[in-house]
Ligand binder design. Structure first.
Ligand code: NAP
Length: 488
């Protein structure tokens, strides 16, 4: 834990010379009483927030005298039994391995609501959850799981500066709604996650480390490593071995900049290929009711992350490209080239056109990719309906893929047919990078062929080859076009 987090979150009564009184406190003698067991970081932040929200707070400690100085004046710090007997709603802010030490409070806590805020040390896949174990220890109390997804820090600074949502679950609906009410009064937004059986999921949430990003990020890194080594072999090592030319200076910028667009393009094609695979399988099976293989299911659900990784690489490529002329090597090369120029060499019409088109199409592709990235934000995606969302992600997505492929082909121009470009007999990088995007675009075109599109349309509306159910689509206009065929 960083030093900052290890420090006490709330200064005590005597600490720092402050009075320890809460500026925003509105707690009154007849305000509802809330109990907290435990006097650690979480308990102190919670006590402060509860007192500021107008609750009377009573904290139960094994050693009240030692802990009292750490709490604001509004909170009463007493023994565990005393705290448990005074409140109808009690937060259990002790680590789950110490829950069993609280069993002597069982009679006192009977009929009351216990809020389990605990987290585990590692992801618990098999259960039971901490909350379920607590419910077993206190069968006469109603256990509600919650507050574990926010930190003591968020609680201390308040909902304006942290995650506002608090996920709650529990079997007793009255107990759950009283905790929800308390959340609202504290300024948080309660989210009902259902019964206590969901507590395992709620407990695992803060322990997850980007679960949906692992494969896409790994894929990006592997592709980056592959294309980087490939470019290094072709553009740096080959000239050194064959002609003793030292191009090692290219490694930090030029080689990276030649690698990024290849990764971006392949990643973007990986966004659209699983939809095509799904469509192909449905056409072969003649039904949409067969389950896709697991790998395809997982691939389909990773499309957003794959697309965002592609966007990141494309954006980095744009920035690297803008920086190319700033390099000293570019300046020296310009000087050397300018001395070798003859008058007729200054303007090469084909090269001018190639570069104009190449840049224009590249900018368009990046613009469209940015639009797709923005549209994948949940807050933006929630403002458009399904048809609009799929139009942007599918139709505009294929436009972005076409533009990016064209950008790469324009970069290649006629170099793929120039044998001198095949260093170490390796084809130019762009020739490798366009294979998957061209496959995706061709596959998409095949799905446009009327007989294929019609059959796929029927299958997606429930037609099955094996059952020989014959029916027609209501009318041709009902086929939503591009977006329908690619979204599986
Ligand atoms: P902490 O600072 O270590 O405090 C735990 C408290 O538990 C102690 O101060 C102690 O208070 C009490 N306790 C009761 N019986 C105990 C026993 N047998 N052995 C040791 N301590 C005992 O921990 P914390 O950070 O406040 O976390 C408390 C709970 O909140 C944990 O379950 C944690 O997973 C959860 N949580 C914490 C955070 C966070 O940001 N810190 C966020 C979400 C959830 P007394 O000595 O006064 O009895």
């Amino acid at each position: 834990m960083p030093d900052e987090m290890a420090r006490p979150l709330i200064r005590g009564r005597g600490v720092g010379g402050g009075s320890g009184r809460l500026e925003a406190s509105t707690s009154e003698p007849d305000a509802p009483v809330v109990g907290i067991l435990g006097t650690g970081d979480f308990s102190r932040s919670l006590a402060r927030r509860l007192a500021a929200s107008g609750y009377q707070v009573v904290v139960g400690s094994r050693n009240p005298k030692r802990s009292a100085a750490l709490f604001p004046e509004e909170a009463e710090v007493t023994s565990q039994v005393e705290a448990a007997s005074q409140a109808d709603l009690v937060f259990v802010a002790v680590f789950p391995e110490h829950h069993s030490t609280l069993v002597e409070l069982k009679p006192t806590l009977a009929g009351k609501t216990l809020v389990d805020v605990s987290n585990g040390l590692s992801i618990n896949r098999d259960g039971p959850s901490n909350a379920e174990q607590l419910a077993k220890l206190f069968p006469e109390s109603s256990v509600v799981k919650g507050f574990n997804t926010i930190s003591a820090w968020t609680l201390q600074v308040g909902p304006r500066d942290g995650n506002r949502q608090i996920l709650l679950c529990g079997n007793n609906s009255t107990a759950k709604s009283s905790v929800m009410q308390l959340c609202r009064r504290m300024g948080f937004v309660p989210v009902d996650m259902g019964l206590l059986s969901s507590s395992l999921e709620v407990e695992n949430l803060p322990l997850r480390l980007f679960p949906s990003w692992r494969v896409p990020v790994l894929c990006t890194l592997c592709l980056f490593a592959f294309f980087y080594v490939y470019n290094f072999l072709r553009d740096v090592l080959q000239p050194y071995i064959m002609a003793k030319k030292k191009f090692f200076y290219k490694m930090p910028i030029e080689t990276v900049n030649a690698t990024l667009p290849a990764v971006a393009l392949v990643m973007l094609s990986l966004v659209y290929l699983p939809g095509l695979c799904g469509a192909l399988l449905q056409l072969c099976w003649g039904t949409k009711y067969n389950r896709f293989p697991c790998w395809l299911d997982r691939w389909l659900t990773s499309r957003k992350q794959l697309g965002l990784c592609s966007f990141l690489c494309a954006a980095l490529h744009a920035i690297y490209s803008l920086c190319l002329p700033l390099r000293k090597s570019a300046y020296f090369k310009l000087l050397i080239d300018s001395k070798q120029l003859k008058e007729g060499d200054v303007w090469v019409e084909a090269a001018v056109w190639r570069m104009e088109l190449y840049l224009s199409v590249g900018i368009m592709a990046l613009g469209l990719l940015s639009l797709l990235a923005v549209n994948s934000l949940p807050s933006v995606a929630n403002t458009v309906n399904w048809r609009e969302f799929s139009f942007i992600q599918s139709t505009l997505g294929y436009c972005a893929l076409s533009m990016a492929t064209l950008h790469t082909l324009l970069f290649g121009w006629d170099r793929a047919f120039d044998l001198a470009r095949y260093h170490f007999f390796l084809p130019p990088t762009f020739a490798l990078a366009v294979v998957l995007p061209l496959t995706a675009l061709l596959g998409r075109l095949v799905l446009f062929v009327p007989c294929v599109a019609r059959r796929l349309g029927l299958i997606r509306r429930g037609w099955e080859k094996s059952r020989h159910i014959r029916f027609d689509l209501p009318d041709e206009g009902c086929c939503n076009g591009l977006e329908d065929a690619s979204y599986v």
